[in-house]
Design a protein around this ligand. Structure first.
Ligand code: GLA
Length: 381
């Protein structure tokens, strides 16, 4: 990928670029907990976005995508507002970098990616993190990975208009070879967690993505905020659902309308599952972790209501396999992928059986792969 992109860049611009690479992600457990100040456990994937960059003489930013051969040129001193175009993610990052005091220079950017778009594997975070890294480096600067993750999230929140949390940008910027990260989304501290050798992480893309996903996402966030507001009088000092325990919610749940109660129950129990999941993996207990994955899926389906028929079917097919410790939907929801923890020596057969059964039932062609956690953003040569 890198070699081809460099060749293409040289043909177009006549100079050697620097290339930044940022990965997509899969989240093992902890869904929608990030914007509630809670815990998540993502791993960076081998699928990634590459941004080749070199300075150009004036103050313009030329953004070329090799995916659709589309090109956009904008003025760094008069960056446009959101236009509902793929380049919004890159322009949003440039806006936020300059707002945070990074001085950018005119840059030619050429982007390529292997992260499947719309599959819930964070193609947008990979794009933000790769281009942010490339822009800062082209201007001769440096940026700390956590600061870069925050810039990407701001671009998405305040420029693109999606109120996402920090998980996707964080893991794309800070991912660790061979490990998932348990991230505390309040303190932004993280520690590595490894999957036992005998187990494999398998990701299966349902190939379904519902159009209303973005709007529903923001509604879920609003419901969580409403839960906090209604619980505040009896739990003074709370600012996010992170501060509410499972027992607190059992005690005061009566104050909440049913829908808000179920949304909050997903978050507070999911936070606990992430912490319990870390303990399980640290003692090499794949079966216990798998059990938590199953509970997480049921909670997303029944309480948070972010799954859909196809993804439920895919998770059920995976969970029915004897070699599968557990499977759950991963990512924002309303389609996308299922992640499963399976006995390593059975992974091939598992993928074949589940994808065949899913294709027979839906007529869709799912894609499955075994995932090996990789590093976060960096320059590649
Ligand atoms: C999307 C968002 C993340 C996170 C997940 C759900 O991927 O970008 O911030 O909220 O959904 O866990």
């Amino acid at each position: 990928m890198t070699h081809r992109l460099i060749e293409q860049f040289r043909r177009r611009h006549g100079v050697q670029p620097a290339v930044s690479r940022a990965p997509g992600r899969v989240n093992l457990i902890g869904e929608h907990t990030d914007y509630n100040g809670g815990f998540v456990m993502p791993a960076a994937l081998e699928f990634a976005t590459w941004a080749a960059a070199a300075p150009r003489p004036n103050r313009s930013l030329c953004i070329h995508s090799t995916l659709n051969d589309d090109e956009v040129t904008v003025d760094l001193d008069h960056l446009p507002a959101r236009r509902g175009h793929w380049s919004d993610y890159v322009i949003g990052v440039a806006v936020m970098l300059q707002r945070a005091g990074y001085s950018l220079c005119g840059t030619n950017l050429m982007i390529s990616s292997t992260v499947p778009v719309g599959s819930g594997l964070s193609s947008s975070a990979a794009l933000e993190v790769a281009t942010g890294h490339a822009l800062v480096h082209a201007a001769g600067g440096k940026i700390d990975p956590v600061a870069l993750a925050k810039i990407g999230q701001q671009a998405e929140n305040d420029f693109v208009g999606m109120r996402c949390g920090i998980m996707d940008q964080y893991i794309s910027a800070c991912g660790r070879e061979g490990a998932a990260l348990l991230i505390d989304c309040r303190s932004l501290a993280a520690r590595p967690v490894t999957v036992p050798d005998r187990a494999a992480l398998v990701v299966i893309d349902s190939k379904v993505r519902h159009q209303h996903a973005g709007g529903e996402y923001n509604l879920r966030r609003q419901a969580c905020e409403e839960g906090v507001a209604r619980l505040l009088p009896v739990l003074p000092g709370i600012s996010q659902l992170r501060d509410v325990s499972v027992t607190d919610l059992e005690r005061h749940g009566g104050l909440l309308p049913d829908m808000i109660f179920r949304r909050c129950r997903h978050i507070v129990t999911e936070n606990q599952r992430v912490l319990d999941g870390e303990t399980a993996l640290n003692r090499g207990d794949g079966a216990a972790f798998g059990q938590l994955m199953r509970q997480s899926h049921s909670s997303m389906r029944d309480d948070f209501e972010i799954t859909c028929a196809e993804v439920d079917l895919l998770a059920d097919l995976a969970n029915a396999e004897a070699c599968c410790h557990g499977a759950r939907m991963t990512g924002g929801g309303f389609g996308g992928c299922v992640v499963a923890l399976v006995a390593a020596h059975e992974a091939e057969g598992f993928m074949n059986r589940v994808t065949t059964a899913y294709a027979e039932r839906t007529g869709l062609k799912p894609m499955a792969f075994a995932c090996h956690p990789g590093p976060g953003v960096g320059l590649v040569s």
